[in-house]
Design a protein around this ligand. Structure first.
Ligand code: UD1
Ligand code: CA
Length: 464
């Protein structure tokens, strides 16, 4: 089948009350137009044309993947006008036309529609649904014999017509070139000043050509015209995604408060606690535990990893059996080795942490390359910034860094070296050495007595 697709996405989305073009409003981290594109791609069409208008540049920049053609509808004269503009780029054959604001449409439903359209040799077919709770959709009119005679927008239908016709237009159409030829017969709607694509249905019907509306699940048609509908659609997407992962063996302690973006993957027997956000292209291995409050954006997490409470991971990798958190922050381009431990209030940025290495408490590791089995004491800081440049710190395998040390980059700590607590290291430390950099301790006896004249006593109990 020579199939082309046209996606209508020029609309301003007035009802969104936004500076962002409607097509780019996000449902679970992705522009809603992207969902529609992904669904049609599974049909392997020869061409996908996206009609842009409001914010055309921004839409193109965000959506373009080199497999789409874009056409510009300069003045938003309605869905009928939008398709006429795209028509010029279409070859002979079958065209699937759909609105860019229905992200819940599935490839299965689109395939069904195409199959029925072909099997019955229609000139035009489209999706319809019935749902009293969804307002504002076009109404499908049928004659006494049940034949489709036209579509009338809800706002133009009379109360009697509304009572009689409760089948609604899904905004997804399959047309043969012969149907497209009728586009120029659509007249401007006198009250709205728009050319309604829906009018083509009446025109084809009056021409005595074969057409039909096929029912599909109302959920898939749910369009997004305002923020409430954006939420409703996002909520349905969220449930679909989580249910998919549950079926694949992932436990969600509270699926209502976990957010999993569509491209995320999760291994079996992983347990996801409440209030967790798995975003972007994140992948989580098997047997992991993701505790409450974690947010992982474009993270690659190995198997049997524990991500403890309130941890933020951005564009970083965590090796098998490692543990991160609570309250840790992995900033972009960090790589945490197998069995490594990144503990409480530790921030890592653009650093490699070797297998089995540990930074358990209150540490900043930035622009560092750390070998395996290194112990980083509490309060250690890599001083990676001299006010102008970012400089690297190298800590070779087996090193022990005592607590409260500063490593002033660029600096290298050789294999198996020791840094005594409280050091400020400005020079390279050779392998196996101990570096101490602190003022020798002085102890002045009886300091309290000298200051106050009173001998210090042991305090009894505590004052309240
Ligand atoms: C449209 C249908 C309605 C159907 C509903 C299903 C028409 C006249 N009405 O109504 O029967 O029940 O979809 O969701 O088609 N667009 C353009 N250029 C324009 C106007 C709109 O590209 O000049 C695009 C929009 O970006 C949007 C799509 O077309 O993606 C539909 O437009 P919208 O204004 O949302 O139509 P609805 O009122 O929802
Ligand atoms: Ca709409």
């Amino acid at each position: 089948m020579n199939l082309s697709v046209v996606i209508l996405a020029a609309g301003r989305g007035k009802r969104m009350r936004s500076d962002v073009p409607k097509a780019l409003h996000e449902a679970l981290g992705r522009p809603m137009l992207r969902y529609v594109i992904d669904a049609v791609k599974t049909l392997k069409p020869a061409k996908i044309i996206v009609v842009t208008g409001s914010g055309a540049e921004a839409v193109r920049e965000r959506i373009d993947d080199n497999r789409l053609s874009f056409v510009l509808q300069k003045t938003l004269l309605g869905t009928g006008n939008a398709l006429s503009i795209a028509k010029k780029g279409l070859k002979k054959g079958t065209v699937l036309v759909l609105n860019g604001d229905c992200p819940l449409i599935t490839a299965k439903t689109l395939k069904n529609l195409l199959t029925k359209h072909k099997r019955n040799n229609h000139l035009l077919s489209f999706l319809s649904f019935t749902d009293d709770t969804m307002p504002g959709y076009g109404r499908v009119f049928r004659d006494d014999r049940g034949r489709v005679t036209g579509i009338v927008e809800d706002k133009h239908a009379t109360p009697t017509e509304k009572r009689r016709f409760n089948e609604l237009n899904g905004g997804v159409y399959v047309m043969e070139s012969g149907a497209l030829a009728y586009l120029n017969r659509i007249k401007k709607n006198t009250s709205s000043g728009e050319y309604y694509l829906t009018d083509i249905v009446g025109i084809v019907s009056r021409a005595g050509k074969s057409l039909e509306a096929y029912n599909c699940p109302a959920e898939e048609i749910r369009g997004v015209n305002n923020r409430e509908e954006l939420y409703e659609v996002s909520d349905i997407l969220k449930k679909r995604i989580i249910s998919k992962w549950m079926k694949k063996g992932v436990t969600f302690i509270d699926p209502h408060t976990a957010i999993v973006h569509a491209p995320v993957s999760i291994g079996r027997d992983t347990v996801i606690y409440p209030n967790t956000y798995l975003e972007g292209e994140t992948s989580i291995g098997k047997d992991c535990i993701i505790y409450p409050g974690a947010r992982i954006y474009n993270g690659t997490i190995g198997n049997s990893v524990i991500i403890k409470d309130n941890t933020l991971i951005e564009e970083s990798r965590v090796g098998h059996k490692a543990s991160v958190g609570p309250c840790a922050h992995l900033r972009p381009l960090s790589v945490i080795g197998r069995c490594a431990k990144i503990g409480n209030f530790v921030e890592v940025k653009k650093s490699n942490i070797g297998d089995g290495s540990k930074a358990s408490h209150l540490t900043y590791i930035g622009d560092a390359d750390i070998g395996s089995n290194v112990n980083i004491g509490a309060g250690t800081i890599t001083c990676n910034y001299d006010g102008k440049n970012k400089l690297r710190t190298v800590i070779e395998s087996g090193v022990f860094i005592g607590s409260d040390s500063q490593l002033v980059a660029p600096v290298t700590i050789g294999k198996n070296a020791y840094i005594a607590a409280g050091a400020t290291i400005t020079k390279n430390v050779p392998p196996g050495a101990l570096a101490i950099s602190r003022v020798k301790q002085q102890t002045l006896e009886d300091w309290h007595k000298r200051k106050t004249g009173v001998k210090s006593k042991k305090k009894k109990g505590c004052k309240r």
